[in-house]
Design a protein around this ligand. Structure first.
Ligand code: IPM
Ligand code: MG
Length: 370
């Protein structure tokens, strides 16, 4: 039986509640004798700040570096609004992405028919939607230097963020998108702002070259990022794989999330380069939703994005695609049978708790595996 080293970082807000449900799925996999998990748990975000005065401790960083996968909940909350910028909760997540070199962020947005009414868009626009946003995750304006606020001495301050992309960074994220498209509907839409930004000019040029050189058999189109935002809410089913930079990817994936009915539905995988020797890659899996401090601790949170993220870990890090398929099917069945947490209630009359949703998914998994 394969053994995997996992670091769980539940984080803040609803993070621990949804992580508890993912943990039940891990237990289920172990009980069925499919894999063994060496599980360690650490602190990140506000929880780490409260314990160590940092957004993640060196010790937990080491564990993350040594793990086969990090399973991450969520970070942040009003309690830490005033902590110094360098140790704000989000800094823990950004450091993990950067130090683990997790350049490829896969954010699938699937609209289950049962949830089409929970979306703010018309049913026919979103029903059966199945797209993936491939977001570049370790470059761009998130990490570019200089990144400063300078006092100009005349009562004015100047803030600078820097958008930087090198050829190799665009090439490798483009390849992830093209490879993914090949296993799907074979279409990539690349998005930037080449009409305003030099980084957009280079992005467009490099993606076009990679396509010409290596992926001529995949359909490629380009859309400016503002237009793509508009198209995502106008006619989202025109897309298959969208590849874009760190900041545009952040914004567009929140938009895509709402197409599926709720932010509580979107899982994500953040992947590093495959090591040619070990064939392994560093990875972190997290729901796209945040820590939702307004509903934290009330047993209301939707654990589907967290459990779906664990499913992605099984698929991309553990070679357990069959169990990943079963998890996806269990989620679809549970939704089809009417289980709704508050965020996806639509016109449903019965709302279930975080734990109930976990129970229902486990019961469905039992059926599927029987
Ligand atoms: C996300 C989040 C993060 C980001 C925050 C928490 C730093 O919004 O993963 O989409 O901006 O990347
Ligand atoms: Mg975001």
């Amino acid at each position: 039986m394969p053994t995997f080293n996992l670091l769980l970082l539940p984080g803040d807000g609803i993070g621990p509640e949804v992580m508890a449900q993912a943990r039940r799925v891990l237990d289920w996999i172990e009980k069925r004798g499919l894999a063994t998990f060496n599980i360690e748990e650490g602190l990140v975000g506000g929880a780490a700040y409260d314990a160590h005065g940092k957004a993640i401790s060196e010790d937990d960083m080491k564990k993350a570096m040594a793990s086969d996968a990090v399973i991450f909940g969520a970070v942040g909350g009003p309690k830490w609004d005033k902590v110094p910028y360098d140790v704000r909760p989000e800094a823990g997540l950004l450091r993990l992405r950067k130090d683990l070199a997790l350049f490829a962020n896969l954010r699938p947005a699937i609209c289950y028919p049962a949830l089409a009414d929970a979306s703010s868009l018309k049913r026919e626009l979103v029903e059966n939607l199945d797209i993936v946003i491939v977001r570049e995750l370790t470059g761009g304006v998130y990490f570019g230097e200089p990144k400063t606020i300078t006092d100009l001495g005349n009562g004015q301050k100047r803030a600078i963020d820097t958008q930087v992309y090198d050829t190799y960074e665009i090439e490798r994220i483009a390849r992830v998108a093209f490879d993914l498209a090949k296993a799907r509907k074979n279409k990539v839409t690349s998005s930037e702002k080449r009409n305003v930004m030099k980084s957009g000019v280079l992005w467009h040029e490099v993606v076009t070259q990679v396509h010409q050189r290596e992926y001529k058999d995949v359909e490629l189109e380009h859309q400016l990022a503002d237009a793509l935002g508009m198209q995502l809410v106008r006619n989202p089913k025109q897309f298959d794989v969208i590849v874009t930079d760190n900041l545009f990817g952040d914004m567009l994936s929140d938009v895509a999330a709402m197409l599926t009915g709720s932010l509580g539905m979107l899982p994500s995988a953040s992947l590093g380069e495959v090591d040619p020797k070990t064939k392994k890659r560093r990875a972190l899996y997290e729901p796209v939703h945040g820590s939702a401090p307004d509903i934290a601790g009330r047993g209301m949170a939707n654990p589907i994005a967290m459990i779906g993220s664990l499913g992605m870990a099984l698929r991309y890090s553990f070679g357990m695609g069959k169990v990943a398929d079963q998890i996806e099917e269990a989620i679809a069945n549970v939704l089809a049978s009417g289980h709704r947490t508050a965020d996806i209630r639509g016109s449903a009359t019965k709302i279930v708790s975080t734990q109930d949703m976990g129970d229902a998914i486990l019961a469905e998994l039992d059926k599927l595996a029987a």
